[in-house]
Design a protein around this ligand. Structure first.
Ligand SMILES: Cc1cc2nc3c(=O)[nH]c(=O)nc-3n(C[C@H](O)[C@H](O)[C@H](O)COP(=O)(O)OP(=O)(O)OC[C@H]3O[C@@H](n4cnc5c(N)ncnc54)[C@H](O)[C@@H]3O)c2cc1C
Length: 400
């Protein structure tokens, strides 16, 4: 996004990308695998996402509304029920959140305000949400951020790009090239000294300004010199969670009449399986189930892709009380924490993250840093966060 803005403003832009593809944590899987451009990384558009929606319109792409329109089921404890997020005590949550004067980790907030057996389900539900949705550690995640998300309605809307997030990335890449910019692939940056970048293959490149956009933990893998040390400490003060995303393609929607009920409108389900969260592509007809597990539990997993696929198939078979294996046509299990150029999935706010964002946003000479982790709005850790922060950073570079 920054590259597009700078190239459009007449500057010469060169992007150095370690992978052999664009997108980073947006990863478009080939259509031949799942029958459509399935998402190995980011998939949903959360909240209002004005920058993303403008790009979708500019690129002539289609916004698909309505992940929340389908049926959302709770399939825990061997029973199937319509999802009901409101555990006893939920009605007290807005008041307790609103009364909070100082930020603190969510686990501490729950311990202080919702002790006792009567709130056990509420505590479990919030911890589950923090770990599962924000990929966050409840012992670090900011309660103020939870307040903003929940009281601000950030979780209420969610949509998709019909052509996939990858189409937005292709549009930006084409724009950069159209304005004379270049994207070099398989170029891993190893160090930055002054305005010179040194790459793993020994080549160097010098520019007037350097913009670094690697994910937070990857900052530790690049030598930025001694003056960057306070920035590394700031990066560590922001949370960064892990996600394992599993995709299964099936010959048919074999789950459609599981448990003797019509599940053809199923969009999302929560279970107590090892891979607890699953969603369909509803309202699109693709016969794909996506499994998700996130947060500290995902970070600890040492399972291989084949083992994760097996665990996922066990979970799906138990959830729908049918052996899923004979229906399977394609499978992927992507553990983002093991990806050397991502080292996890996305950032989350901690009580220290605002100060840390201030520190990281300050350029060090000609070196700038941008990315989803520096976004100040409610939907940190998202594609919108990355795009909006990229756009702001371009404006700051142009102003300087
Ligand atoms: C599984 C998963 C699901 C997600 N789901 C959603 C979702 O539904 N909705 C949503 O909005 N967001 C979602 N996200 C988050 C979203 O993908 C990210 O917040 C966003 O894409 C980050 O963009 P970025 O430009 O900041 O970082 P990145 O996309 O990580 O870009 C950084 C780039 O730097 C490159 N790089 C790293 N190291 C080097 C190096 N040494 N040299 C050169 N290049 C390097 C990387 O290859 C990468 O291309 C999800 C993320 C994951 C992993």
């Amino acid at each position: 996004m920054t590259g597009r803005e700078l190239a459009r403003a007449g500057h010469r832009v060169t992007i150095l990308e370690a992978r052999d593809r664009i997108g980073g944590r947006i990863w478009e899987l080939p259509e031949s695998e799942f029958g459509y451009r399935a998402e190995g990384g980011a998939e949903f558009i959360h909240g209002d996402a004005p920058v993303t929606k403008t790009l979708i319109a500019d690129a002539g792409l289609t916004l698909l509304q309505g992940r929340r329109d389908g049926e959302r089921l709770d399939m825990r404890g061997g029973t199937v029920s319509d999802r009901d997020d409101d555990a006893p005590g939920f009605e007290l949550l807005p008041e307790k959140l609103a009364a909070l004067k100082h930020d603190l980790p969510i686990a501490q907030f729950l311990d202080r305000n919702f002790t006792g057996e009567q709130f056990a389900a509420l505590r479990r539900s919030i911890i589950r949400m923090t770990e599962g949705y924000d990929a966050a550690d409840p012992n670090r995640a900011s309660t103020f951020a939870l307040r903003e998300e929940w009281l601000g309605g950030g979780l209420r809307q969610s949509s998709r790009v019909a052509e996939g997030y990858g189409a937005i990335m292709k549009f930006l890449a084409a724009e950069i090239r159209k304005h004379g910019g270049a994207i070099r692939f398989n170029v891993e940056v190893k160090s930055v000294e002054g305005a010179t970048v040194r790459c793993a293959d020994g080549t160097t490149i010098t520019g007037d300004r350097i913009l670094n956009t690697v994910p937070l933990p990857v900052l530790h893998d690049i030598d930025f010199g001694g003056a960057f040390v306070p920035k590394l400490a700031a990066a560590d003060a922001i949370g960064y969670g892990d996600v394992i995303k599993i995709l299964f393609g099936f010959k048919t929607m074999f789950w459609k009449s599981a448990h003797g009920r019509d599940m053809s409108h199923l969009s999302f389900l929560l279970s107590d399986e090892f891979v607890p969260t699953w969603w369909t592509q509803y309202p699109r007809p693709h016969t794909v189930l996506t499994g998700w597990f996130a947060g500290p539990r995902a970070a600890k997993s040492t399972l291989s892709e084949a083992e994760l696929i097996e665990r996922g198939l066990d979970a799906v078979s138990r959830i729908f009380a049918t052996d899923a294996r004979p229906h399977l046509t394609a499978a992927r299990a992507i553990h983002w924490g093991r990806d050397p150029f991502a080292r996890g999935a996305y950032s989350y706010a901690t009580p220290e993250s605002h100060d840390a964002q201030d520190e990281l946003s300050k350029p060090l000479g000609t070196l700038y840093y941008a990315g989803e982790a520096l976004y100040r709005g409610a939907d940190m850790g998202t594609v919108e966060a990355a795009l909006a922060n990229g756009k702001d950073t371009a404006a700051r570079i142009l102003a300087a």
